[in-house]
Design a protein around this ligand. Structure first.
Ligand code: GLU
Length: 467
């Protein structure tokens, strides 16, 4: 059992490619097979080294380790030429000297007859070269009969050979074309299961005919349907992030993205959360839905939050440190980051959000959230805040339990509910009305900063009252 992922390096690794890679990877892992990475870089104008790096980086970040490769098609031209020559020698391929004008005329004729334009194979009969024309090489596609693809996802799909014309396998500059290279590679690399996007389904009968002509064993095919945006159009940048690495930037955990992708078009009962081991055990490419699936960013967010909550805090701390760094915060200039993680891990859907809602722990803010200030920094809050400041200034052991007791004592002394003290205090220290428990919040911010911010809040209340 051998599967492969064969991206063309013409951009980043996108969500659809990552899902196809995941399905191929799972299939190999489930059956104790091997997963091959092949970079289809023969289109030299569109392929770039940056894209290759982006693909490798994306695969690594997702943890989709490959057993063989990456193999580069550009390293294999000699082999493609050898196969093309074999087909020529066996009379299974021929030079085609048709000019652009000739081909255009052929197309127009077909259109006039309301037929699908196809090459009429006239050069099969032509034996002599034509001066001034560099020929392409065409494969002699069988003239009749049916090619049946027994697809694991799509079921039986039949193609009439009369619908397929003689495929160009080498361009006039001698370079091999996509269908030829894929066939040679899948054959040479012993690929038993071709799992790929269903945008390639139409190429499959051509590839099968080529494989048969070469005497190669046919792989089993599974064509994975497309991913659509919520508007029913093919998923693209318009719908938000489509690059795998952008999800890392935006604070997603790779496990959450993999979990989201495996569920997109596949299910096992009503289970939503799958560990990698469970995916390997339960996934069956034959169970993938034959229809396109719709990308749902909210569900991905929800899953990410589940993974953040369940992850080892040490791991979250590592990621949080990186995202705080991007906000210009050195996590060493503050409390133990593990304390921040424990306080925030149930409060953020992404690691970016966790960094944002933790910013107040590391630095003073300039303005209060207006709604929170209107509600909680009113003249009635002045006395509780003054009393809190006094009490906090006297605390030696700045620990959550002690701080909790102080808030409680002040509330009792004022004969008000704890919230009447804790909410103004929270807005004073955090700048807004949401944060972890007030004791933990005070603890994380630290004594000096708390006292400084309470003073600022008191000044704010007085100033508002004066205006
Ligand atoms: N290189 C092709 C692509 O990126 C995939 C070819 C294949 O999987 O057969 O669309």
């Amino acid at each position: 059992m051998r599967t492969r992922f064969a991206p063309s390096p013409t951009g980043y690794l996108h969500i659809g490619g990552a899902r196809t890679a995941l399905y191929s990877w799972l299939h190999a892992r489930k059956h104790g097979g091997r997963f091959v990475l092949r970079i289809e870089d023969t289109d030299r104008e569109r392929s770039t080294a940056e894209s290759v790096n982006a693909i490798l980086e994306g695969m690594t970040w997702l943890g989709l380790e490959y057993d063989e490769g990456p193999f580069y098609q550009t390293d294999r031209f000699a082999r493609y030429n050898e196969v093309i020559q074999q087909l020529m020698d066996k009379g299974l391929a021929y030079h085609c000297y048709c000019t652009r004008e000739e081909l255009d005329a052929m197309r127009e004729e077909a259109m006039k007859r309301k037929e699908k334009p196809r090459y009429d194979a006239r050069c099969r009969m032509r034996s002599e070269a034509r001066e001034g024309v560099d020929p392409v090489i065409r494969f002699k596609n069988p003239a009749d009969g049916v090619v049946v693809v027994e697809d694991l996802i799509k079921g039986k799909v039949a193609f009439q050979n009369t619908e397929l014309d003689d495929l160009i396998i080498a361009r006039s500059d001698g370079t091999p074309t996509y269908n030829l290279t894929v066939v040679v590679d899948d054959w040479d690399m012993g690929i038993t299961h071709v799992i790929r996007g269903d945008d390639h389904l139409n190429n499959t009968p051509r590839q099968i005919n080529l494989l048969k002509a070469l005497g190669a064993e046919l792989p089993i095919y599974a064509h994975v349907p497309m991913i659509l945006g919520e508007d029913g159009k093919r998923l693209s940048k318009r719908h938000g992030a489509v690059s795998v690495m952008q999800y890392r930037e935006e604070g997603y955990l790779p496990e959450a993205l993999l979990n989201y992708l495996v569920r997109l078009g596949w299910s096992s009962g009503d289970q939503e959360i799958f560990s990698l081991d469970e995916m390997i055990e339960l996934f069956d490419v034959g169970d993938v839905n034959g229809a396109a699936s719709t990308f749902n960013p909210e569900k991905l967010l929800w899953l990410n939050q589940q993974y953040i909550m369940a992850a080892e805090p040490e791991k979250i701390a590592h990621h949080l440190g990186i995202h705080l760094g991007k906000l210009g915060i050195d996590p060493c200039d503050g409390p133990d980051i593990m304390g921040v993680v424990m306080a925030q891990k149930e409060r953020a859907q992404t690691l970016v959000e966790m960094a944002q809602i933790s910013e107040f722990i590391y630095r003073d803010f300039d303005t209060f959230d207006e709604t929170a200030a209107k509600k909680h920094l009113r003249p009635v809050a002045q006395e509780p805040l003054e009393k809190m400041r006094e009490a906090l200034a006297a605390v030696d052991d700045w620990q959550p339990e002690v701080l909790h007791q102080v808030v409680k004592d002040v509330s009792e002394a004022l004969d008000v509910k704890m919230g009447k003290v804790a909410q103004p205090l929270r807005v004073a220290v955090v700048g807004r009305a949401a944060s972890p428990g007030i004791d933990v919040t005070l603890h994380l911010v630290g004594r000096e900063a708390c006292l400084r911010r309470i003073d600022k809040a008191l000044a704010f209340i007085r100033q508002r009252a004066a205006n």
